[in-house]
Design a protein around this ligand. Structure first.
Ligand code: PLP
Length: 402
């Protein structure tokens, strides 16, 4: 059992006393982090297998990101989009080149970039496709996670995300994930877009069948609908390609990125598209105070540089394969399945994933349950082979002790 001493207890008590209880965190109180390691207030070290839900692909406190943040913080941090700044253009040039799109619209949180994509798809449906106002439908998938705003939970199938938060935003059509026939039957002339996660991360690391994404993209072309890929969790190297859609050579009409775009230093997100599409937004029709601010752009540029220069996608592929093999080799009767791609790994258990995550703390591993029986393992992509070995060994010890 994890012993929580008084120093940690003080911080936990403060959180509990003054914070909203909208999370149920593991009781590790982190005071410092470096690379793949977290250090708690007592100096105990943990290997981070959460990576802030894949926002820290580059590793904690990456020196290049720290330098970019500090340098920019001393110059200018925010001017709003009422005027221009000397960092946004360079960042967006890099972002569009790396992602392979004409233009990008910078936002702050992931859900805000999803919201941007949904608004853009609706605008396109009315102004280009010619649908009557308010008729546009966006197809989404059971078990999805696109964030927590009213729009995003309107697209959700999860009762706990939706309970007593209605009324909901209309215009979403929910279908089973991974079933191409169901999708084929559900597409109508009113379908404006299909909004999909190429792998459902929060949903329990669900990898769709091979060829599914390709077929979804083909269906969009056939029926004149846009494909929106939410790569907020899967993007920027996490799954062993720069984007999970690359695995099937799929190029979405709108790409949504976030999380690792800020490398853990800053909340940064963006929606990317062709110039024709993005120009459907006219001045004054969409935006935010902080989107594209110089500090975000400086950090975002450095975050992209690290992903590319340190070959993080290749590392994720190599290390992910190694980790999955080691986890499967545990041959524990408590493991139902080990799945995932790159370093986005789900271990489905015949046991409570939360209690396994709790037990892993004693072995200096921080990992997170996602859904009752799935343990998600998603360390920073800079992880070394020896550390991969210690994750598998720790899970092996925990499972064999049960
Ligand atoms: N979309 C996906 C696929 C996500 O995994 C998340 C966050 O986990 C979001 C959207 C929401 O991002 P944010 O929490 O930054 O709003």
């Amino acid at each position: 059992m994890q012993v929580i001493n008084d120093r940690a207890q003080e911080f936990i008590a403060l959180d509990n006393r003054y914070g909203a209880h909208n999370y149920d965190p593991l009781d590790v109180v982190v005071a410092r982090a470096d690379g793949v390691w977290l250090y708690d207030v007592n100096g105990k070290r943990y290997l981070d297998c959460i990576s802030a839900y894949s926002a820290v692909n580059q590793g904690h406190c990456h020196p290049r990101l720290a330098a970019a943040l500090i340098e920019q913080a001393g110059r200018v941090t925010l001017v709003s989009r009422a005027i221009r700044n000397d960092r946004m253009g360079g960042f967006l040039k890099k972002l569009t080149e790396v992602c392979g799109y004409d233009v990008a619209l910078p936002t702050n949180s992931g859900v805000e970039a999803v919201e941007t994509a949904v608004k853009l798809a609706r605008r396109w449906a009315y102004d280009v496709k010619g649908l009557p106002q308010n008729a546009a439908e966006i197809i989404v998938f059971a078990n999805n996670f696109h964030g927590r705003t009213t729009m995003a939970i309107s697209a959700s199938s999860q009762p706990e995300y939706r309970r007593s938060f209605g009324p909901f935003t209309p215009g979403f059509v929910l279908l089973p994930y991974g079933n191409i026939e169901a999708l084929r039957q559900a597409v109508t002339p009113n379908t404006a877009a299909i909004l999909i996660e190429p792998i459902q991360g929060e949903g329990g690391v669900i990898v769709p069948p091979d060829g599914y994404l390709r077929r979804v993209a083909d269906l969009c072309r056939e029926h004149g609908a846009l494909l929106i890929a939410d790569e907020i969790q899967t993007g920027l190297g996490r799954t062993g390609d720069l984007f999970a859609c690359d695995h099937e050579d799929v190029k979405p009409d709108i790409l949504v990125v976030g999380k690792a775009l800020g490398g853990g230093y800053y909340p940064i997100s963006a929606a990317l598209a062709s110039r024709d599409l993005m120009e459907l937004f006219q001045p004054g029709e969409h935006g935010s105070t902080f989107g594209g601010n110089p500090l975000a752009c400086a950090v975002g540029e450095a975050a992209l540089d690290v992903v590319i220069d340190e070959h993080l996608a290749e590392r994720a592929r190599e290390m992910g394969q190694d980790l999955r093999e080691r986890l499967r080799a545990l041959q524990s009767p408590l493991i139902k399945e080990v799945r995932g791609r790159g370093l986005l790994i789900g271990v489905e258990l015949h046991d409570s994933a939360r209690s396994i995550a709790q037990a892993l703390l004693d072995h200096s591993i921080v990992a997170k349950d996602t859904h009752a029986n799935v343990l998600r393992i998603a360390p920073p992509l800079i992880i070394e082979r020896g550390e991969i070995g210690s994750i598998a060994a720790a899970l092996g010890s925990v499972l064999s002790a049960r």
